[in-house]
Design a protein around this ligand. Sequence first.
Ligand code: 87F
Length: 541
Amino acid sequence: MAPGVDEEAAAIENKELPPSKPEAVKKVKPPKKDKPPQGKGEKGGAMKKETKLGLAVSKSEDFHEWYRLLVLEAELISTYSVSGCYVLRPWAYQLWEAIQTWFDGEIKKLGVKNAYFPMFLTKAALEKEKDHVEGFAAEVAWVTKAGSSELEEPIAIRPTSETIIYPLYSQWIRSHRDLPLKLNQWTNCVRWEFKDPRPFLRTREFLWQEGHTAFATKPEADREVRQILDLYAMIYQDLLAVPVTKGLKTEAEKFAGGLYTTTVEGFIPDTGRGIQAGTSHCLGQKFSKMFDIGFEAVDQQRQLCWQNSWGLSTRSLGIMIMVHGDDKGLRLPPRVAPTQIVIINIPNAKLSEEARTAMASKCSELEALLRQAGVRAECDLRENYSPPWKYNHWEVKGVPLRMEIGPRDMENGTVMLARRDGKAPKEPVKFDQLLLRVPQLLEEIQNSMYTSARTEYDSCIERATTLDEFKAALDRKHMVLAPWCNGLKQEDDLGKATKTAEAMGAKSLCIPFEQPELAEGTMCFYTGELAQNWTLFGRSY
Ligand code: 87F
């Protein structure tokens, strides 16, 4: 380990770890029934009034502190003693499972099969393809000891698996009949980052899927690159309700080991930063040359395979949280929410024991009914928490819908439905209309979350044809779509030219596949040379 590393990690620790024991919040003994707790004693500071919902810091006031508090209070993560590593609690893991389940089904339809390769690799294997490790070497973590004895050769922990998998592809693929070979694995991955860690976005260990495929021809590989990218865009837009732009990475930003890289690019409006959300690479024949992955073609000539690799990680959850979270906490799109509707009984002190029991049974009955219909419903009938406490609890966790049942509702045969997004007033619904109305509302919420996020995303893209316009757009925390010459070195210069004392320089995010018309003779906004296309730029994560 490089000298100074521990100090750096410790500095990160101090900055990133919440004040001692954030989870003490949940351990505070709840007060007696029907008496809302007077607050949550977090930070040992002033007690928050129960009725003042939400997080201690607002999203606009201090975005990073807001995010740090949110992931803890929504019970998504717990901090951990190894810097840059976090525990994914069930609430977060279920979100990952929702992505996993959907994507796994889709890639299987494309003929992809899952497998598992070891997480360790030898130094020789890692360094086999030089372009590939270059620039990444500092992030590779090594095992050097077993017990107290030094290993003869240090063993690397996978930062990605090209060099683990491809020696096997070289053995397995013999003839055109062995192609295409399409494998995927769902694994953890280790990249020892030194920049500030941030839950989901930048962690030293993360979860992802990585797909590795081999084809006889380039057109087949090209086609799959786009199929996978489309699935990634669907994960974001259709499941997470997060808008993205699909496009091609510039030469400066592509994966150096490959031929070309396609990407889905997200954006965090509050920080004005773009974020790479998933990449699907065509590796061309670069790896097949290095690893000798070839096949006997129909004409009995030996040829090299065309390969792709593609990956999407738990970073996706961070993007979703940042885009949708608000001052009350997390907001979950119904399609991925582990609980889509929480059912809360509101007994009052005057209620007879019998009526209380009847109300609780009604809640359980409706829960069962909704579950039968495929809705992820959950009752919160805990008697040691007051209804307002529960409202707050489930709002912080982002559950899209809440059903309330009080004594009057029991008499009327109705419930009240409250939307987490507050887009409509509470709505009374008859018991027998619930199976109709709840799925409708969930669909409405899903769509409305995407539409608002898309409107905001689009409003954060400006066009620029001069450097001044470009800088002004960046200062407004926007992305910039500009005519670009595609120069490799020029992109590096642009980064320097747009760096300020307060803010990092801009990078290209992608060359969007959907291009505005580029009038003939349009000049690059930066170099004045002939522009090749419209490129999307921004400050980025
Ligand atoms: C860090 C350390 C060592 C990214 C790294 O994008 C190597 C690497 O190769 C590395 N960080 N990369 C590029 C990963 C390329 C590719 N691999 C399969 C993906 C998607 C999944």
